[in-house]
Design a protein around this ligand. Structure first.
Ligand code: C5P
Length: 282
């Protein structure tokens, strides 16, 4: 492969600034209202035309990636080729820099980055409805990750409306090193509808007025989440500390980069085994 044939896309970490679970559905999913926002950085996906298909993982969390056949990147490639390029083969590399099964998009963000990279490689316009349909088939969060900008998600989380982002707000992502199953956390939701997201105000104000309804069931599965949130909430300059998605990654938004950076040092010092990542949220 020559470098000019290779297309690389970042798979930014996805955050749920708020996540309201409103009802159980009959299709095994839940009716949600969620504010999606994206970090500046995340995993990386590179694709290139090849004689045979291949899939390689690199990066600090490569070892935690399961069998290739189950990987959403491979499934995204398969679905893309069926729809747009039946004769193509791709060499794909996934650089896994974010913890897996951790509530920040992971496989969904990787699948979306794969679709974006393949669309670029094959000259398919990014806004093609068929691409969005493939994304929705791959998982409830994949359409939001394909858009990759702040959005309000309704339905399964895949009925999207663009909203203003946070404009590069400094943030810290912290994961206590526990992988959490999304399905297991949703299954423990208590079925109580605690109400809608605020429908006016800035995205930050709506997030502050909101909640993550999956936090209590996730804490029951992974009690370390409570410790992470307690630590984050106690840091100076914190505007909001909350769990993302079904956990176990939590985030804190800060009023400035210096406060975020000193919080990063403090958290890493007290909990050296936790994954601590300083970033900004767009
Ligand atoms: O769509 P995805 O495969 O990412 O979802 C993983 C699991 O999370 C689903 O099988 C379902 O158990 C749960 N889920 C849900 N309601 C949603 C999104 C996900 O119950 N809106």
């Amino acid at each position: 492969m020559t470098p000019e044939q290779m297309t690389t896309e970042i798979a930014p970490a996805k955050l749920n600034l708020a996540l309201h679970v409103r009802a159980r559905r009959t299709d095994g999913y839940h009716e949600l209202e969620t504010l999606f926002a994206f970090a500046q950085d995340g995993d990386g996906v590179s694709v290139a035309p090849a004689g045979v298909s291949s899939f390689v993982t690199t990066g600090p969390f490569a070892g935690a990636v399961g069998p290739a056949a189950d990987n959403l990147v491979v499934r995204a490639d398969h679905a893309f080729r069926q729809a747009f390029a039946p004769d193509a083969c791709h060499a794909i590399t996934l650089d896994k820099r974010l913890p897996v099964a951790s509530g920040i998009g992971g496989g969904s963000a990787d699948a979306a980055a794969t679709l974006r990279a393949l669309a670029r490689l094959h000259g398919v316009p990014a806004e093609t409805p068929r691409l969005m349909a493939i994304a929705a088939d791959l998982g409830a969060d994949v359409p939001a990750c394909l858009v990759g900008r702040a959005t309000l998600g309704r339905g399964r989380g895949d009925a999207l409306t663009r909203i203003d982002g946070l404009g590069g707000m400094p943030a810290l992502l912290v994961n206590p090193g526990v992988a959490v199953s999304t399905a297991a956390v949703f299954a423990r939701w208590d079925g109580v509808d605690r109400g809608a997201l605020a429908d006016t105000g800035t995205t930050l104000a709506r997030a502050l007025a909101g909640r993550n309804d999956l936090q209590p069931p996730a804490e029951a599965v992974a009690p370390a989440i409570r410790d992470v949130l307690r630590r984050l909430a106690a840091c100076e300059g914190v505007v909001l500390a909350r769990m993302s998605g079904s956990g176990a990654t939590c985030f804190a938004l800060f009023d400035g980069a210096p406060a975020r950076d000193s919080a990063a040092r403090a958290v890493a010092a007290v909990a050296p085994r936790w994954w601590v990542h300083a970033t900004t949220i767009g």
